[in-house]
Design a protein. Structure first.
Length: 285
């Protein structure tokens, strides 16, 4: 019986990189090889190992053949299993679970990239994500979470400062809600320093307003503001493309800056420390 050829994992890694990067040129950068070396690897994979074409030649954008689609699924599984095996054997202390508390404000904006890079580095570490407002997270029992991301006022930071940002007024780009009297607001539930500062600023400016919508969820507030039903105030990095920032020329007072911080709430471990490093890096972007 003929012996089947083995597949070099480097060939599979290059193949997956071409698919993920959308071409040979970007894949060469991703795998730290020249473009000609990448082309030779794929030629070897197609001609010597699979003996079938994996890419539809001359197609733009890049397209896989049916054999290419089949191999892609297996390639991802093989590379994932290899990574898990190496992690388990070389880094047995990087297997386990870490508990992360974070307001939903930052879940969509920052968390996907952070968790993706962390998972790629340590595929056998499970992450429990607990979403709650900063005011709730700050009151959690110290042994219930390992890391907490919170928003804090300047001068009230305990932990690592991830970034400082302006708090800004926002409204829908295509609506004139900010001209209404009284001004309809969509605000986080109390206690929330954004809500407190916004209302205090309007009181000092003599601007009539009403809190028309209140929610602990940023997604809810974004939906309300995006529909042109109200104006709100939150951190600049959370403003979406369909919204406008309102300033003094529109009659809205400047609001204080705030800090996003990271707290270690349990005894340190290699797993917790590594996720903390990924979080710090993720909030720099």
């Amino acid at each position: 019986m003929a012996t089947l050829p083995t597949i070099d994992h480097e060939l599979l890694r290059t193949f997956v990189a071409i698919v993920d990067q959308g071409g040979f040129t970007r894949a060469a950068v991703a795998v730290n090889r020249t473009q000609s070396a990448v082309s030779m690897q794929i030629k070897r994979l197609e001609e010597d190992v699979i003996q079938r074409p994996l890419f539809v030649r001359q197609s733009k954008p890049l397209q896989l053949t049916s054999e290419g689609h089949t191999l892609l699924g297996y390639a991802r599984k093989i590379l994932s299993l290899q990574g898990e095996a190496l992690t388990l054997l070389r880094q047995p202390d990087m297997v386990g679970r870490v508990r992360l508390g974070v307001p939903d404000d930052y879940v969509m904006r920052f968390l996907p990239g952070i968790l993706k890079t962390f998972s790629q580095a340590w595929p056998l570490v499970d992450v429990d994500v607990h979403c709650a407002p900063s005011s709730v997270l700050s009151q959690q029992p110290k042994d219930s979470l390992d890391l907490i991301i919170m928003t804090r006022e300047i001068g009230d930071e305990i932990g690592t400062i991830l970034r400082r940002e302006a708090t800004v007024w926002v409204s829908a780009e295509s609506h004139s809600t900010h001209l209404q009297t009284p001004l309809p607001l969509a605000m986080f539930e109390s206690p929330c320093f954004c809500r407190r500062h916004a209302c205090n600023a309007l009181d000092r400016a003599g601007r009539a307003y009403r809190v028309a919508y209140s929610s602990p969820s940023l997604a809810t507030l974004q939906a309300v503001v995006g529909a042109g039903l109200a104006v709100s105030a939150w951190m600049r990095s959370l403003v979406t493309a369909d919204m406008q920032i309102l300033g003094e020329k529109e009659g809205f007072p400047v609001l204080p800056e705030a800090s996003i911080i990271l707290q270690h709430t349990s005894s340190q471990s290699p797993i917790i420390d590594s996720l903390a490093e990924h979080i710090v890096e993720g909030f720099r972007l």
